[in-house]
Design a protein. Sequence first.
Length: 416
Amino acid sequence: MTPDFTFIFLLFFGLTVAVRLWLKLRHIRFVAAHRNAVPADFAERIALPAHQKAADYTVDRSKTAIVGTLIEAVLLLAFTLGGGLAVLHDFWSLRLDGLAYGLAMIFSVMIISGLIDLPLSLYSQFVIEARHGFNRMTLGLFFADLLKQTVLGIAIGAPVIAAVLWLMGAMGQYWWLYVWLFWSGFNLLIMFVYPTWIAPLFNKFSPLEDGEMKSRIEALLTRCGFRSSGLFIMDGSKRSSHGNAYFTGFGNTKRIVFFDTLLSRLEPPEVEAVLAHELGHFRKKHVVKRMVLMFAGSLGFLWLLGQLIDAPWFYAGLGVSAQNTTLALILFFLVMPVFTFLLTPLMSHLSRRHEFEADAYAAQHAAASDLIRALVKLYQDNASTLTPDPLHSLFNDSHPPAAQRIAHLQIQEKPA
């Protein structure tokens, strides 16, 4: 091994794992300490039992996340310094070569990781979600989804991975630029085909029926100058009682999708306000900005991999004596989260700013009071804690805390 890089890796690894665990423990203590009192700003809107349910749900999920963090840490060490990748390399290199070897290596890592994660996924779905009244999924549906995801992953992933590995080997020292162009094009393609080809494999999408809600939504779209290829209801209730709404697609394939669980709880003006918030993300170009940031980040990471791919210390420092493009790709994406975790508050800050901007847009095109009522219902129905630990939230939450978000909306309420 290369002691210097091994030490650096272990230093960042230990720091990242320690901070993640510390944040979860802080979060558990903070939420538990505020369990028996509804925050003053919500006292008239949310009953104490609902607040306590959210606290208990948050604590249970956080404890499960601690176990998940420890499993991830052990698995990463097993693959790298523990010799797991070296064992896989020795096994497959004797039997396959070229792209077949690369595909076998990458899918082996994915399958092993998936199998190790499976028990915790089952526990989260059928114990934690069921304990708090959210799970509506059967074991049969769970494994049917898993089978579909696996088949889809192989059908799409194998050609994409093969193309990436081929470009890495055939395009010379600037392979990373060609891979980036290919990867960017692939992501844009997925945005186009996902709504009509992939999403329906897992859920049923029905057109929103005529009525007050559809009329209000169409009027809002007209006011905002937004065009979509349709308004759809998704049968999210067959898996969970959590509610949500989202935009999907790109260009002419944009769809507006409402979970049936959301429509069953919100009044038409509240749904209109939620949609106005989502429209705000498009009008403020948040989607484009995030895409540009994602593409810029992927270019930077691929360039960095291009600098490391021929460096023997990179492989040896992570417990692998062999050296090839497949191993470089696997090692890079295994260990990169260790070195980037402490940067997550920057992305969180950007996402929160976008949420505030979208809320402000919604307050201009719908009633801020309707959005407040909708948010309170969603916080209650999804058992989202109103009292997250601030530091944990800074690292883990893409949306602002409930109190901050509603306070901003109250400022923007138009006088009657």
